[in-house]
Design a protein around this ligand. Structure first.
Ligand code: ADP
Ligand code: MG
Length: 257
């Protein structure tokens, strides 16, 4: 109890980025009372899901709402990667596998007022299974009563099925799309997958748009991420099906429509 994680946000973005996050926050607030458990996903990795999730959560918390951010990307945790949070801290995977008994043990307060987080936890071989099981559903139901908003970061739906599992228990989803990096067809496919779970798509964030005279913030991002490569640092895909569909969209990349 009373444990805290210090988040050091080194990349909060420029004025335009911060304004865009504010607009997104306002739009979510207008989406209504029932849209409070929200999934953030994308087609590929590196499109900006984790960035968007964190900045949106922090912005909403800054607006006085009680927010829980869940890092459900068990395959490739952003909190561990970006904020250097120790892998040894218990997180979602320990809770869902029953190694940790109560949710209090995995909910951490942060140095941001009103913002609590659940980190992904140690790598598990079966995240999709864990995330589709009742303990996760129950956890979300319970926390939805305590928090105004829950934002859930997830793996890319164009590569692994996890986000669709999570979507079943959410009442809204946001798709982050990296400008110019995703074909219409691949995005459409992920959109349909989300809709099939019954989760409403609240909006699409077009990330990394090149502004005239402006630069993309950060600028550290170089090279190509392993779009169609292995997902997660342990390189386990889990679902053959997803692998096939990712390969298929890879073949179409660059073609019109
Ligand atoms: N709009 C942006 N401009 C510049 N860099 C960005 C932008 N959005 C995200 N990034 C950076 O790109 C990298 C990948 O983003 P991340 O949020 O981790 O992607 P994902 O979670 O979808 O894999 C991170 O280093 C992040 O800081
Ligand atoms: Mg991420």
């Amino acid at each position: 109890m009373g444990h805290q994680i210090i988040i050091d946000d080194k990349n909060s973005g420029d004025f335009f980025y911060r304004e865009a996050i504010k607009t997104l926050r306002a739009n979510i607030q207008f989406a209504g009372r029932r849209r409070r458990v929200i999934l953030i996903t994308s087609v590929f990795s590196g499109e900006g899901k984790s960035d968007t999730t964190f900045h949106l959560a922090a912005e909403m918390a800054g607006a006085g709402k009680k927010v829980l951010m869940i890092d459900a990307d068990i395959r490739n945790s952003m909190l561990v990667n970006r904020f250097g949070i120790e892998q040894s801290m218990a997180g979602l995977s320990e809770y869902l596998s029953g190694q940790v008994e109560t949710e209090e043990e995995i909910i951490y307060s942060t140095n941001y007022d009103n913002l609590d987080i659940i980190i992904a936890g140690a790598y598990a071989p079966n995240p999709a299974e864990m995330l589709s099981d009742t303990p996760f559903e129950d956890l979300l139901k319970k926390e939805a009563e305590k928090y105004d908003y829950i934002f859930i970061d997830s793996p890319p739906l164009g590569q692994v099925i996890d986000a669709a599992m999570i979507a079943q228990f959410c009442n809204g989803a946001i798709m982050v799309i990296e400008s110019g990096a995703v074909s219409y067809r691949a995005a459409q496919k992920v959109k349909e997958q989300l809709e099939r779970t019954g989760c409403t798509i609240l909006g699409v964030v077009l990330n990394r748009v090149e502004r005239a005279g402006g630069t993309r913030y950060g600028g550290k991002y170089g090279g190509k991420y392993g779009k169609y490569g292995k997902y997660g640092k342990y390189g386990k895909y889990g679902e053959e099906k997803m692998k096939e569909s990712a390969a298929e969209t890879a073949g179409k990349e660059g073609q019109a429509g």
